[in-house]
Write a protein that binds this ligand. Structure first.
Ligand SMILES: [Zn+2]
Ligand SMILES: [Zn+2]
Length: 392
């Protein structure tokens, strides 16, 4: 191998790059050079991609580790001798996995890299392994379910291996033959004449679709595809604190691929049902309550709807309209949080009801009050009112 290049240079970074810069640069390199991206390239291209990918992975494995990075910054390669060496004998790893590991959330793929279904071919050499398509579905959840997390069932129609032929597509195992067009390699090579001479192109075998195998005596049930459509119910665990529009990926729960390929994923999009009384903003909940003038002046106890059941709230005498009370920890858990400490709060806004119309007896009562309770700015705690009202 040629002289080793500086790890920062490999990833196109300056010394002192942040952890996020390092991640971002490695992601870019993996997307460009991962051998999965070059399955239909020429041998020379494949070799270059492989070298580049290994080089970037080694650089990343050192620079992403604060300890190794510090040693490398100080002593260069001598400081991390062999630290970046990796065992590539098991292949290069799944590109989706690499991307998910870089940015994945706590729930195995919340990060949204599951949308890469279109380059789903995982093999390094020889016949390519197909990947089933992803299935997208939506699931409705209430705020109460979001508060505690829940399990939902979704019914989907998906391709599964045909039970009659075990997904082979052929009546008998002996009816699966090596593809005569590509001799089982899954690829064909064509020579084209260009201005600059003859060019060798490698492309997917059109006869076997790259699988390297053809079915001579197709199974009657699946007509040789190896797949049947089935309606199935899948349990989906909804983590507490999810928000509208978030996507959960269930690896391998999508469509099966023909001839024993890799299953696609089931992508479940969370649809939050609006709550009748509570509004939500992230982990915090908001509720507005109207009380009477007398309750505001005399003080009272009210029940407010909490996400875990009704909450009692004591209002002091002289509660001002627009006052906001915070019930700590009575909001929702945050989706990446642990324990109660990360729960949001419930904010209760108090509005004092001023009737637009009065009946005769009401009018008399209020007339009496007019004489009894006269405004007195010196008694009024305006500062509190102004401070609280700016939240809304
Ligand atoms: Zn073929
Ligand atoms: Zn079949």
């Amino acid at each position: 191998m040629a002289e080793k290049r500086d790890y920062y240079e490999v990833l196109g970074l300056q010394k002192g790059a942040s952890a996020d810069d390092i991640k971002g640069a490695y992601r870019k390199a993996a997307l460009k050079w991962h051998p999965d991206r070059w399955v239909s390239g020429t041998d020379a291209e494949k070799k270059t991609a492989e070298e580049k990918f290994k080089e970037a992975s080694e650089a990343y494995s050192v620079l992403s580790d604060p300890d190794k990075k510090a040693k490398y910054d100080q002593f260069g390669f001598a400081g991390v001798d062999g630290a970046g060496a990796q065992d590539w004998s098991q292949g290069f790893g799944n590109l989706n996995d690499i991307l998910n590991n870089l940015f994945g959330g706590a729930f195995g793929g919340f990060g949204g890299f599951s949308g890469f279904g279109d380059f789903g071919f995982g093999g390094q050499q020889g016949p390519r392994q197909q990947r089933g398509r992803d299935i997208r579905t939506r699931v409705k959840v209430t705020l109460e379910e979001i508060a505690n997390g829940c399990e939902k069932e979704v019914t989907i129609e998906r391709n599964r291996p045909c039970p009659d032929c075990n997904g082979r597509g052929a009546k008998n195992a002996s009816d699966v033959k090596t593809c005569p067009t590509c001799k089982g390699t899954g690829t064909i090579q064509t020579v084209t004449n260009t201005l600059f001479g003859r060019a060798l192109n490698t492309s997917v075998c059109p006869h076997c679709n790259g699988t390297g195998k053809v079915v001579t005596n197709p199974c009657g049930r699946c007509k040789g595809t190896g797949l049947v459509r089935v309606k199935e119910t899948v349990k989906v665990r909804i983590p507490a604190g999810v928000e509208d529009g978030m996507q959960l990926s269930l690896r391998g729960e999508g469509h099966a691929a023909p001839q024993g390929g890799v299953n696609g994923d089931l992508l479940v999009i969370v649809e939050e049902q609006p709550h009748a009384q509570l509004k939500r903003d992230g982990a915090n909940l908001f509720y507005t309550r109207v009380i009477s003038v007398a309750d505001a002046m005399l003080g009272c106890e009210i029940q407010v709807p909490g996400i875990d059941g009704p909450q009692t709230l004591k209002l002091e005498a002289g509660t001002q309209s627009g006052t906001v009370q915070r019930l700590r920890g009575k909001g929702l858990p945050s989706v990446n949080g642990y324990g109660l400490s990360s729960r949001g709060d419930l904010y209760v806004k108090i509005l004092v009801w001023i009737p637009r119309k009065l009946g005769r007896s009401e009018r008399e009562a209020i007339e009496k009050m007019r004489d009894a309770v006269r405004p007195d700015p010196n008694r009024d705690d305006r500062a509190l009112f102004e401070k609280e009202s700016q939240y809304f």
